[in-house]
Design a binder for this molecule. Structure first.
Ligand code: NAG
Ligand code: NAG
Ligand code: NAG
Ligand code: NAG
Ligand code: NAG
Length: 291
């Protein structure tokens, strides 16, 4: 009887495992190979995203050092972030800002929340038209997710027990504000680093933060701005990314051409700006959420 009983539970386990896969899987085959590549990509992205994570680490300094003067977070926001981070993060939000990529497969529902699919050939973005997943479910894109996790985090410190896991809300929000500023795939950041900052990520981050407090300091307040009564402004960031993609990412590029050094060096200023804006805006958003 024991053997008979364990067979169905084994089957159930297998079924449960299959249900967690990205697509109905009819054995190994096209889907299987696709998934292997996807998983490889997720891991590649996680490590390629470290410049953004490291930039956050610098911009959100109070989280890591308790120094409120140098960082961009308010005391209240720094305290909330510290409280919400799991203890293994050692108070370091940037150490977990790729968490959302790592759970893409475990929480399969979250994978459409990383991007927005705008219609081919159109250089505009509209929340109502474009923010949906492959099945057309509205709000399921990176802009909708930023709104979602912002409203969840606004319940922090409230009297009722939180309905959602606010640790996850913080990790998703931090990651998605990075994603929504991304115009290119992570590859360009790697190339930028290799070609121009061979001395290491730290120098790259230093150069960005120097410009945030120097060169760009007059623009920074306008980056941080969000409409009256609004806590998060993902639509502004999405529109900028679509415009930048049309003007810079794809312009003059054939689908099959390999991108040369001239391509990367001419795009570098845009890459730098998007990284800086992402970091500044994450801090500004957290400050608005936590007061
Ligand atoms: C925080 O984590 C990031 C990413 O893992 C790492 O580069 C950085 O050194 C950490 N900062 C501190 C203060 O530990
Ligand atoms: C909102 O957050 C919840 C909890 O993580 C999640 O189940 C839901 O899919 C999210 N929806 C969007 C559009 O982000
Ligand atoms: C919330 O999510 C974090 C990260 O996934 C997890 O470590 C923690 O156990 C969760 N908390 C609750 C109460 O489920
Ligand atoms: C910082 O600003 C200077 C002056 O505009 C520019 O040459 C440099 O490339 C910028 N560096 C970064 C990392 O944005
Ligand atoms: C902002 O919110 C407050 C309170 O919810 C409301 O009274 C006010 O009219 C809102 N202002 C704008 C410009 O939407």
């Amino acid at each position: 009887m024991a053997a008979a009983a364990s067979l169905p539970s084994l089957l159930l386990l297998l079924l449960a495992a299959a249900a967690a896969l990205p697509a109905p899987s009819y054995g190994w085959g096209v889907d299987g190979h696709l998934m292997v590549c996807q998983i490889a990509q997720v891991h590649a992205c996680a490590s390629l995203q470290t410049p953004f994570c490291n930039l956050l680490c610098v911009l959100l300094k109070p989280v890591t050092t308790g120094n409120a003067v140098q960082g961009r977070l308010s005391d209240a926001a720094a305290a909330a972030v510290k409280d919400l981070l799991p203890s293994y993060a050692g108070n370091n939000l940037s150490s977990l800002c790729s968490w959302a990529d790592d759970v893409k497969f475990r929480y399969h529902w979250s994978s459409p929340l990383h991007y927005i699919d705008t219609p081919d050939g159109l250089c505009t973005y509209s929340y109502d038209r474009d923010c949906k997943d492959e099945d057309g479910v509205k709000g399921r894109c990176v802009a909708g997710a930023i709104n979602n996790y912002t409203s969840q985090l606004l319940t922090y410190g409230g009297s009722s027990a939180p309905q959602y896991n606010l640790t996850q809300a913080l990790l998703f929000l931090s990651h998605f504000i990075g994603d929504i500023h991304q115009v290119w795939d992570a590859n360009i950041i790697q190339t930028t680093e290799d070609d121009f900052y061979g001395t290491g990520v730290a120098d790259y981050i230093d150069a960005l933060t120097t410009n945030i407090t120097g060169e760009w300091s007059e623009q920074v307040p306008s980056w941080e701005e969000c409409g009256k009564n609004q806590t998060a402004c993902p639509d502004i960031y999405a529109s900028e990314s679509i415009t930048a993609a049309c003007n810079w990412a794809y312009k003059g590029v054939d689908e099959d051409s390999t991108l040369d050094d001239a391509y990367f060096s001419s795009r570098l200023p845009v890459v730098n700006l998007r990284l800086a804006q992402g970091g500044v805006r994450l801090a500004a958003t957290l400050n608005r959420i936590f007061g």
